[in-house]
Structures are given as structure tokens and as C-alpha cells.
Design a protein around this ligand. Structure first.
Ligand SMILES: [Zn+2]
Length: 484
């Protein structure tokens, strides 16, 4: 009985021990399970949190034209905070630094099956301001800011030499030079200066500084011009005057003062002299009138007491009375033609009839007939050939027999041809005027009549005497054209 009990107790202990073991196993399994769950969780976390990672990425970059540019790929890795694999990108696109504008760059990152593309725009711009280089230290500036001397050059990377585009401003003793290139980049340079103006204005007398005029002839002063280193608009003051009716020496003074107070003056000496009776003679002659401008011409001639010759026509009968006026004022009246039609050259008789008819009118107006005449078109005209090939030589013979004298001219004013301006008529006549000039003008042309005053003034100032033609005057024959 005791033995049995003992056996029973042993069994009980074993069971107890077995029961204890299985509890431990259970704990182990539990821990194992937790670990597995954690591992799976970690793996899931690892997988889920893995991605491309990079700090900052600038989508748009600006770079200066012409400057070296290196494409810089952003640092990108794939992974998570625990582990991240660095990846080298594939770069697509390039940057042309010599061309203004946008350049597109792509950075392509690959990790296993994952891909990331980062797009970047690199804008090539002119970001550089022009460069102002002072070539000479000496800079001269007027008090008003006008630059007298400034030797510099302004160069721009893109626009090249833009020296002529500088702007300057003077702030007391500081000269500010500014330049801006086409892209709007501005450069500025400041220079210390001593603004000053110690130069006098420069006065230039128009025309001659010493001149003489004939007593009684109108004097028009041509004035003077003034220029100044610093000031643009300086007034000129003129003092003195010329009394053309009193012989003597007159001084006309031109003076000017600039803003800095520098003054200057210049003087013209004008001598008024008695009219000398020159030994050079000029014969002014006027054809085709009288007409609308004859009265005006007569008044100009009276003003200078100059006598001329009128070769008259009856083209404008309402001015017939002017023929008498011409004679009364001491001028020579001679025949040009009654009609000024070319059919006067059809025969000697036709010519003589025209001549006598005009002479009749002259006689009515002046009380006497004339022996002086001028051929329409001049004695050298070729028009007569189309009417009668011997008329002009025959007319000359017939007229000579009657004691008539014809006059041509040796100085044409050009007023019948290409010349249509008063100034040109003056120039044509005065440039060729010499002793015994027989000048041809037309008093039916206003612009030509307007030239007479200046022609007379020129002549009187240059020792010429104006005379009217008479039977003994130079005839200035052209020579007859022989028809073929
Ligand atoms: Zn004529």
C-alpha cells in the first residue's frame, strides 16, 4: 500500500512539470509571433516609405549670356530614412550660353522599376551691365553740365560699343555717368570734377569785316553769329549804325556775354564813299515790255539815278503809256517788235512794217522815233530760217540803208531760259559783269525786275557806271546765223 502511494506521487510531479513546460512554450510562441508581426510590419513600413528623395529642386534658373554654365543635377536617392540609395541621373538637353532664351533640361532617375523625371528651365539672359572705362583722367565740364572733354568707352557683352548712349548728370562737383544696355542693365560711374567756363564766346562777322559802300546806296548789315563752348543760346548785341548819306567811316560792334560772364566783341568797319564815276560801263537792257513790272523797275532805277534801255513791244497795249514814262525818266526807248511773232521774218517788208508800226507807237508816246532796235530772238536767231532763209541778212542791209542800228547783248541774265529765281539772276549778271557789258533782262518778268536793285548796288560798289544805249554804244553783235 505505501509503494502504490509513492508511485502515484511521482506521477503527479511529472504531470505538474509537463504542465509547467507547455506554459513556457506558449510564451515562446507568443514572442515569436510578435516578432514575426513586427518584422512583417517593418517590411511593410520599409516598402511603403521608400521613395525618391531629394532636398530642393529649382525648376527655373537664370544664367548670364556667354558665361560658362555647368548643368548641376539635383542629388536624388531612393529609399527611406533608414536607407536611401543614391542615383545618378540621365541628363537630357543642354544649355547654349551663346543664345538668349530658354533651355529645357530633364533629369531622369531610375531605381528598379521606379522612375523620376525632373524638368528644369535654364534661361540664358543678359544679366551683365555695360562696362564704363575712362580712357583719360582729364574731364572738362561746364557749370551747366555740358561736357567739354570726356574720353571714355562703354562696352557691353551683348551690344558692343554703346559709348554714344551715355547720359551724364552734374551734381555740383560730381559727374554721374550712366549707361544702359539693350537688356536694361545699368552701369554707373561717378567722377569728381571741377566745373568751369573760362572761354569767351566766339563772334563771327557775316560778310566782310571791312567794307565800303557808295554814298546814297542802302546798306543792310549782314550781322554776326556767336558760338560759345558752354552756352548754346547767347544773344548778340549790335551797336553802331551806318549813315549812307554822309561820307565817313562807321563802326558796327557785335558783342556777347556768356552765362559765366565771359565777354567778347567784334567790329566791322564800313566806309561810306562818294560815288566815283567809274571808267567801266554797263548797259542794262530790258526786252518785251512794257508790262506789269515796268513801273516798279522805273522806280528802282530812279532811286539810284541809273539809266537803261528798253526794247519795247506792243504785246501788252494797256501798258503803252509806260513807253512815254520810260523816255521822260531819261531812259532810251528802242524797237524790239510790235507783235513779237516770228512771222516778222517772212520778208523784209514784213519786218519793216512791224518795225515802223512799233515806232509809230513810240512816237505817239514819246514824241520822237528811234533808230535803235533789237531783233526778236537776237540777230543770231535760227528761227527765221523756217520762214525765209535770207530774211535776217536782207533785213540788216535794208535797216542799215535807213540808218537804223541793231543791238544784241553779251551778258544774258538767263531770265528767258532756265533761270527763274531772283538770286540766280543777280548771280548770273554780277558774276560776269565787266566793262561794256550789255545785259539782257526782261521787264515782263517780276523775279528778274526784283534782281535789278542788287545788280545796280553791286555795279556801283565795284566801280561801274550804268548807261543807256545810244547810236555810238557797243552793239554787241552776235553774228548772223546762215541758214542751210
Ligand atoms: Zn524778245
Amino acid at each position: 500500500m505505501t509503494k502504490k502511494k509513492k508511485k502515484k506521487d511521482v506521477k503527479k510531479v511529472e504531470v505538474k512539470e509537463t504542465k509547467k513546460l507547455s506554459k513556457r512554450t506558449k510564451i515562446c510562441i507568443l514572442i515569436g509571433c510578435i516578432l514575426v508581426v513586427l518584422l512583417i510590419g517593418f517590411l511593410i513600413y520599409y516598402k511603403v516609405t521608400s521613395k525618391f528623395r531629394y532636398e530642393s529642386f529649382v525648376k527655373k534658373i537664370e544664367t548670364n549670356y556667354g558665361d560658362k554654365y555647368e548643368i548641376k543635377a539635383p542629388d536624388v536617392c531612393y529609399g527611406n530614412k533608414i536607407k536611401c540609395h543614391n542615383i545618378k541621373p540621365k541628363i537630357k538637353g543642354k544649355v547654349d550660353i551663346n543664345k538668349l532664351g530658354d533651355n529645357k533640361i530633364e533629369f531622369e532617375y531610375k531605381y528598379k522599376k521606379n522612375k523620376l523625371v525632373l524638368k528644369q528651365t535654364v534661361k540664358v539672359k543678359d544679366l551683365k551691365e555695360p562696362e564704363i572705362v575712362l580712357n583719360d583722367e582729364e574731364v572738362l565740364v561746364c557749370p551747366n553740365g555740358k561736357i567739354l572733354k570726356l574720353n571714355l568707352s562703354v562696352n557691353d557683352n551683348l551690344d558692343g560699343d554703346i559709348t554714344d548712349k551715355i547720359q551724364t548728370t552734374l551734381n555740383e562737383k560730381e559727374l554721374v555717368i550712366e549707361a544702359e544696355d539693350g537688356a536694361g542693365n545699368k552701369a554707373q560711374r561717378k567722377i569728381e570734377v571741377e566745373p568751369k567756363d573760362d572761354a569767351k564766346p566766339i563772334i563771327t562777322i557775316n560778310g566782310k569785316t571791312t567794307m565800303s559802300v557808295i554814298k546814297g546806296i542802302e546798306y543792310n548789315d549782314q550781322g554776326a553769329n556767336v558760338t560759345d563752348n558752354c552756352d548754346d543760346n547767347i544773344q548778340i548785341t549790335t551797336t553802331g549804325s551806318v549813315d549812307v548819306n554822309t561820307v565817313g567811316t562807321y563802326k558796327i560792334t557785335y558783342s556777347a556775354t556768356d552765362t559765366a560772364g565771359n565777354s567778347n566783341s567784334a567790329t566791322r568797319t564800313v566806309s561810306v564813299k562818294e560815288r566815283e564815276v567809274g571808267n567801266k560801263v554797263v548797259y542794262l537792257t530790258f526786252d518785251d515790255g512794257p508790262g506789269a513790272y515796268t513801273q516798279k523797275l522805273l522806280d528802282i532805277l530812279d532811286k539810284y539815278n541809273v539809266k537803261v534801255t528798253f526794247f519795247v513791244t506792243n504785246q501788252f497795249p494797256k501798258y503803252q503809256n509806260m513807253i512815254g514814262e520810260e523816255a521822260r525818266r531819261g531812259h532810251t526807248v528802242a524797237v524790239h517788235t510790235l507783235t513779237h511773232r516770228w512771222n516778222v521774218y517772212e520778208s523784209v517788208d514784213a519786218y519793216l512794217a512791224d518795225f515802223e508800226a512799233m515806232n509809230d507807237i513810240i512816237e505817239q508816246q514819246t514824241g520822237s522815233r528811234t533808230k535803235l532796235f533789237r531783233f526778236p530772238g537776237g540777230s543770231s536767231n535760227r528761227i527765221y530760217c523756217g520762214h525765209n532763209k535770207t530774211s535776217v541778212p536782207d533785213i540788216i542791209n535794208a535797216m542799215n540803208e535807213k540808218g537804223n542800228v541793231y543791238f544784241d547783248w553779251n551778258l544774258s541774265s538767263g531770265d528767258a531760259g532756265g533761270t527763274v529765281s531772283t538770286d540766280q539772276v543777280v548771280k548770273n549778271v554780277t558774276s560776269k559783269m565787266k566793262n561794256n557789258s550789255v545785259v539782257l533782262q526782261h521787264d515782263i518778268k517780276g523775279f528778274s525786275v526784283n534782281a535789278v536793285e542788287k545788280i545796280i548796288q553791286y555795279g556801283l560798289n565795284n566801280g561801274f557806271t550804268f548807261k543807256a544805249l545810244d547810236e555810238n554804244s557797243p552793239t554787241a553783235h552776235h553774228g548772223v546765223y546762215i541758214c542751210k
